[in-house]
Design a protein around this ligand. Structure first.
Ligand code: GN1
Ligand code: MG
Length: 391
């Protein structure tokens, strides 16, 4: 039987690359060879810090690629994810070629390209042990950050999200499959949480009890965006779904935003899910994994820079009513992620990869501290959004 690339090779601890045994690396080479990549594979190394998929960097004699094993527990119909990705890619390539993308002002912007498999030209490869794999081109000369370094970087992160929204704004939503049903529908996450509470006793710890109380006090708030959507105030549009800070690539030299990666959740949604996710992940200077809970803070000055960058390029996409919900979106998406982490902690860490049993509890506490910080500054954040309204 073939060694599964992701499974720990029992009895084989020989490591050529940090984090990979020789057997694992060999199995990964076999998977990489199934795709129509250029050049002989020189090295394969783990890449990034995603919580859901497994990602590797493939270096060949010619260039670099990103090899990923999709988490099919999360993406139950991975073929739909790949269909969306190819559709998106064709659309964005033609938009980038148009003269009408004047808001890009001639700046560099890239979208990773799907590399098909050699055998049948499909956009994926299923290995013998059942893994669903894909290969994308690597965006070279760029880096990502887990926490913001400068205010001008914050502006770039907002600008990059705005460029992405502009590029997909004319992609009809009904041409995109729903690859992850219920994603960012906060009331559904609350229902999942209530089901988890019925099945599982809440751990008898201060942190867990504090999370339960925090959620209980905000149950009425969870449907703020869904209600506005149902009233027709917020339209469904194509969105990225996961534009957290380290999914934006910044030019290695200039620091300019050049690509938004991790495209599995591009699907119909509200721009607010994306704006909220960008704000929550960028304005927390301590990052998602901090254990310094008391110090977690939502940085308004960074929020101002992000929104300035975003609105400079995508301002014309948003109605006045849509702008009015930006503050709710920042608060809601922070809260929602805390709720998702906490429910997963109760369920035994089945969705978000965790290195120890309490990691998702700690991640939940960070997001709830961030939510509380946004609530404490709600008036200021609303004032800031209002000041950024066009005259
Ligand atoms: C997951 O796998 P990753 O890290 O790109 C999650 C996002 C969360 C994020 C929090 C499909 O993204 O929604 O915001 O973790 N993606 C999915 O770090 O659930
Ligand atoms: Mg992701």
């Amino acid at each position: 039987m073939k060694q599964h690339p992701d499974s720990a090779a029992a009895g084989n601890t020989t490591t050529t690359t940090p984090g990979l045994t020789t057997d694992q690396e060999g199995a990964l080479r076999a998977v990489a060879a199934a795709f129509a990549i250029d050049g002989e594979v020189l090295a394969i190394t783990p890449l990034g810090s995603g919580n859901v998929n497994h990602t590797f960097l493939v270096q060949t004699a010619e260039r670099r690629y990103v090899l990923q094993r999709l988490n099919t527990e999360v993406f139950r119909q991975p073929e739909l994810v790949m269909g969306n990705l190819q559709h998106l890619s064709a659309h964005v390539q033609s938009r980038l070629a148009e003269a009408s993308t004047s808001w890009l002002s001639g700046r560099r912007w890239e979208l990773p390209q799907v590399v098909c498999n050699r055998a049948d030209g499909q956009a994926w490869h299923c290995c013998a042990s059942g893994g669903f794999w894909r290969t994308l081109t690597h965006v070279d000369d760029a880096r990502s950050v887990d926490v913001i370094e400068t205010r001008s970087q914050a502006r770039e992160l907002g600008w990059g999200l705005g460029v992405f929204h502009q590029l997909i704004s004319d992609l009809p939503v009904d041409t995109l499959a729903d690859t992850l049903e219920g994603f960012h529908i906060t009331p559904r996450y609350l229902e999942d949480y209530h089901r988890a509470l019925v099945r599982t006793a809440v751990p008898d710890t201060d942190l867990a009890r504090a999370c339960v109380a925090f959620i209980r006090e905000r149950e009425g708030f969870v449907s703020v965006l869904e209600r506005a959507k149902a009233r027709g105030e917020l339209p469904l549009r194509p969105i990225h779904g996961d534009p957290k800070i380290n999914n934006m690539l910044l030019d290695g030299e200039s620091g300019a935003a050049v690509a938004l990666i991790d495209l599995d959740t591009v699907k119909p949604g509200l721009l607010h899910y994306d704006i909220g996710d960008c704000l929550r992940s960028c304005c927390n200077r301590l990052g998602e994994e901090t254990l310094d809970f008391e110090a977690v803070h939502f940085d308004l000055d960074l929020a101002a820079a992000i929104l300035e960058g975003y609105l400079a390029v995508a301002g014309d996409l948003l109605s006045g009513t849509e702008r009015d919900y930006i503050t709710d979106a920042a608060r809601l998406i922070s809260f929602e992620l805390g709720l998702r982490f906490f429910s997963d902690h109760l369920a035994g860490n089945r969705y978000f990869r965790a290195e120890h049993p309490d990691q998702n509890l700690h991640r939940a506490v960070v997001q709830f501290r961030l939510t509380a910080s946004i609530e404490a500054q709600e008036r200021e954040l609303r004032g800031l959004v209002a000041r950024l309204q066009p005259a």
